[in-house]
Write a protein that binds this ligand. Structure first.
Ligand SMILES: Nc1nc2c(ncn2[C@@H]2O[C@H](COP(=O)(O)OP(=O)(O)OP(=O)(O)O)[C@@H](O)[C@H]2O)c(=O)[nH]1
Length: 858
């Protein structure tokens, strides 16, 4: 701080204003310290702003690329039984319905910087009050507050609630961009080397003279005994105008640019007096801008226009009167005005206008720099000083409190006049000590004020922004933590199940294939064996149980009888087929259950099982051929052999099988198909009507029967040959005729008598023989009946098995896929949440670090 020079100090009292080296040197040293201090703070703040910019930019990137940052609201917990200090219900704008109980911790340090954090509420420690303070301030965002600006801002929270997570994140992105822009602005502002000092005061108080004294010029600003200045005049260093001294007359409502002549009119410096004192001037017009060279100033004691850190411009204002108070107060309120210097005449003290101005301007600029001028004209200086100080105490307590630096009693005219004839080298030495002290104090005050006016807002904004970033990071850490926990829990729930399914996949596949193959093979084999046995029974003329035995109507009905027998035998085969189908159904039903068991073994418990109910009755059901064949509730397709015209047609050989007896010695049906290719043995013509050959066959057949049960025709013919040989014998020839007649008659009688028994055997044999080479279907098919049927049954069983297996496979595949996806997504979420958590923790650390840099006392 500047050294305090007590009012009684000789330096102050000294009438001579020329040089008091110790005081001016001390003031200068103090001023240098302020400059250094300012530079340090500026540097530190600049670094903190830079670091904050990086942090916000990183946060912005993180929000768009990695993690949609969520916007928290902190509400009073609904369960108010144990509210606890800082206990809040944390909800998020995009998901207002779900809330988490948290503790909002908020701790202010000695620099009144608030550190905020959000932690999950540990229900077990509810009895212990957390050592935190939760005010509404600690839960509210100041910079990153989302404002939808949809008119009714009071309801902004409700409106935000309806937005999607991505919309919130986009809104936040906008806020972060705006914050970055503002940080850039603040950064530029704290490095802005310009500072404006407004010199105002009563009419004729000596403002222009004081400005001249500061400028080390005797007559830059026009002075006179009477009120003179009618327009604001801003004096800046000519270095800002290529070292050219001139006046720029600014145009109202045009953005001034010194390099652009269209924005102002250039007037020579010697015209300044005329311009500044023109009584027609509009006091609200922009200030005249005067560029002044510092050629008359020694480098050892530069004017206030340039003091190494900031370039100060001095603004001489018109004297205050009723009309100009408002204009000047408005001018003083401008953000660019760092310091208001109020010049008061020592003789007049504070006039009403002065008091009114100070009241108005005092609100904006708490500290006023007060110059009591024309102090030389006061005889009783101490009395004057006391009176003025008393007034200052009333008008500006802040200034009074710091009066040693902010209230100065000087003689500006003498200082200003001192430059008139002096040469450069002596000017500094000739400075009045009090004025010199004033000057140093003013410099320091400008810097101190700049620290407040320029560094302060930057510090304040950055501090609040950091607190917001910290709150966001902390609330999002809670989310990330929860998301990670949920994801990890989900992984630990689903992963073992997934692994088990993966391990069991091959075994399930093997099981399904094996089951399908074995069941199909078993049904096929079973069918083949059963049908073969049934066919053999039919071959022997045996009917199946339950098939009524046709009644033999007598010789005349032999043909119909053969037909009935054929139908009965074919029905027996049909029954056999049905029985085989039934057993295949049973086998298949068992196998479908086995597949269900495989499902239970391999599918996770929560996977829905097949709702298909296996209906065994639907097997072997042919829609195109299903009309009206219903047996005991089942739709039988079977073969319908009895209705098959190719099989049910009776032939002569069904009654008298001449060929069979001609070529076979054994009436037992042979297994060998080559011996009984029926179609080779029976001429086509015999299939329909009884022809001549048919009649002959019938006779021969009858004859063959007469010779014994199983006498072959060949033996008979051989016998006939022997008989013809015997015929050469006259005795034989005599008896041959009657004997032959007897034999034939006997044979015929026998054959007729045996017909009810021989017809079933003949028919059965023929059916068997036919079905050993064809399938018995309507269309001619070379596949033997048993093979064709067992294959058909096998196919049907396989079809059912495939369907059941497909269903299970699909369920298994879908369940596996779902679990794979859950695990993949959960792993992704866990990884993302972990990264976010680390990132948010890092943000909190970075905020702490920057906060340290920001903790400046300005
Ligand atoms: N003795 C003495 N005279 C001074 C002092 N300061 C200013 N004067 C004289 O007072 C008169 C008015 O000074 P100005 O500087 O014109 O006053 P002002 O406040 O700028 O006047 P307006 O801008 O017209 O209101 C001039 O004649 C100055 O010489 C001072 O400290 N001591």
């Amino acid at each position: 701080m500047q050294p305090y020079i007590p009012p009684s100090s000789p330096a102050f009292e000294k009438e001579s204003h020329i040089g008091n080296e110790p005081a001016s040197i001390q003031a200068r040293i103090a001023g240098d310290a302020v400059v250094r201090d300012y530079e340090n703070k500026q540097h530190q703040l600049s670094e903190a702003i830079d670091a904050t910019k990086h942090l916000v930019a990183d946060l912005k990137n993180f929000n768009t690329e990695e993690w949609k940052i969520r916007y928290p609201h902190f509400n009073q917990p609904s369960d108010t039984a144990t509210p606890g200090v800082g206990r809040r219900a944390l909800t998020f704008a995009d998901e207002p319905s779900s809330s988490t109980n948290v503790i909002v911790n908020s701790v202010s340090n000695e620099r009144r910087q608030m550190k905020r954090s959000v932690t999950l509420l540990d229900e077990s420690s509810l009895t212990e009050e957390p050592a935190s303070v939760a005010s509404s301030e600690s839960e509210d965002f100041s910079i990153l507050q989302l404002d939808l600006n949809l008119g009714a801002t009071r309801h902004a929270k409700a409106l935000i609630s309806n937005l999607e997570r991505s919309s919130i994140s986009a809104l936040l992105d906008n806020r972060l961009s705006a914050a970055l822009d503002h940080l850039n602005l603040l950064h530029a502002r704290i490095h802005d080397a310009h500072s404006r000092v407004l010199v105002t005061g009563d009419l004729n108080a000596g403002k222009s003279t004081f400005v001249n004294a500061l400028l080390r010029h005797s007559e830059v600003m026009p002075t006179d005994q009477q009120p003179l200045t009618t327009r604001f005049v801003e004096v800046v260093s000519a270095r800002e105008n290529n070292d050219v001294e001139e006046v720029h007359v600014l145009e109202p409502n045009v953005k001034y640019d010194p390099a652009d002549p269209s924005t102002h009119t250039v007037v020579p410096l010697d015209q300044l007096e005329k311009l500044a004192t023109d009584i027609d001037n509009d006091p609200s017009a922009p200030p005249l801008r005067v560029f002044l060279r510092e050629n008359s100033i020694g480098s050892s004691n530069p004017s206030i226009l340039h003091n190494g850190v900031v370039d100060i411009s001095l603004i001489d204002a018109p004297g205050l009167n009723r009309d100009s108070i408002k204009t000047t107060a408005n001018f003083a309120r401008q953000e660019e005005i760092d310091v208001v210097v109020f010049v008061v005449s020592a003789a007049n003290h504070f006039t009403l206008s002065a008091k009114e101005f100070i009241w108005q301007a005092g609100h904006e600029k708490a500290h006023l720099f007060i110059v009591v001028n024309r102090f030389d004209q006061i005889k009783d200086k101490e009395r004057c000083r006391r009176a003025v100080m008393e007034q200052i105490k009333q008008l500006s307590p802040d200034t009074y409190a710091d009066a040693k630096d902010l209230a100065h009693f000087v003689d500006s005219a003498k200082v200003a006049m001192g430059f008139e004839d002096s040469d450069e080298d002596d000017s500094a030495d000739d400075m009045d000590a009090a004025f010199s002290y004033l000057e140093q104090s003013l410099r320091s005050f400008v810097l101190v004020n700049r620290a407040k006016s320029k560094l302060g807002p930057a510090q304040n904004y950055t501090t609040h922004l950091l607190a917001d970033v910290e709150l966001l990071a902390s609330a999002n850490s809670v989310v990330a933590n929860q998301e990670r926990d949920v994801a990890l829990k989900e992984i630990s729930r689903v992963k073992p199940e997934l692994d088990r399914m993966k391990r069991g996949k091959d075994s399930l596949e093997d099981g399904l294939v094996t089951e399908e193959e074995s069941v199909t093979a078993s049904a096929t084999t079973n069918a083949k064996q059963s049908l073969r046995a049934a066919l053999d029974r039919v071959g022997r003329g045996e009917l199946a149980e339950g098939v009524p035995v046709p009644v033999y109507p007598g010789l005349l009905g032999a043909w119909d009888y053969a037909h009935e027998v054929r139908r009965a035998l074919l029905s027996s085969l049909d029954i056999a087929v049905r029985s085989v189908e039934d057993s295949s159904r049973d086998i298949t039903t068992g196998a479908v259950k086995t597949i269900g068991g495989l499902g239970d073994k391999h599918l996770p418990a929560d996977v829905e099982r097949s709702k298909r109910v296996f209906n065994a009755n639907a097997m072997f059901f042919n829609h195109s051929n299903a009309k009206g064949r219903r047996v005991s509730g089942r739709q039988y397709v079977g073969l319908g052999l009895a209705g098959n015209s190719a099989l049910s047609n009776v032939s002569v050989s069904d009654i008298f099988d001449l060929q069979y007896h001609l070529f076979l010695t054994d009436s037992v049906p042979s297994e060998s198909p080559k011996l009984s290719p029926l179609k080779d043995l029976i001429p086509a013509s015999m299939n329909n009507e009884v022809s001549g050959i048919g009649a002959a066959s019938l006779a021969l057949g009858a004859f063959s029967m007469a010779g014994g049960k199983t006498v072959a025709l060949r033996s008979l013919l051989e016998g006939i040959v022997q008989l013809s040989e015997l015929a050469s014998n006259p005795v034989v020839r005599k008896w041959a005729g009657p004997a032959f007649g007897v034999i034939v008659a006997g044979a015929i009688a026998y054959v007729v008598y045996e017909l009810p028994r021989t017809i079933p055997r003949n028919v059965g044999r023929h059916i068997r023989a036919q079905l050993l080479v064809t399938s018995g279907g309507q269309e001619e098919d070379e596949t033997p009946f048993c093979e064709a049927e067992s294959e058909r049954i096998g196919r049907e069983v396989r079809k059912v098995m495939r369907l059941a297996a497909w269903d299970l496979r699909e369920r298994f595949r879908a369940a596996l896929e779902v679990r794979n996806e859950i695990v993949r997504q959960s792993e992704e979420t866990a990884e993302r949440a972990t990264r976010a958590l680390e990132w948010f923790t890092e943000v909190e650390q970075r905020v702490d670090l920057i906060r340290g840099q920001l903790g400046l006392k300005l």
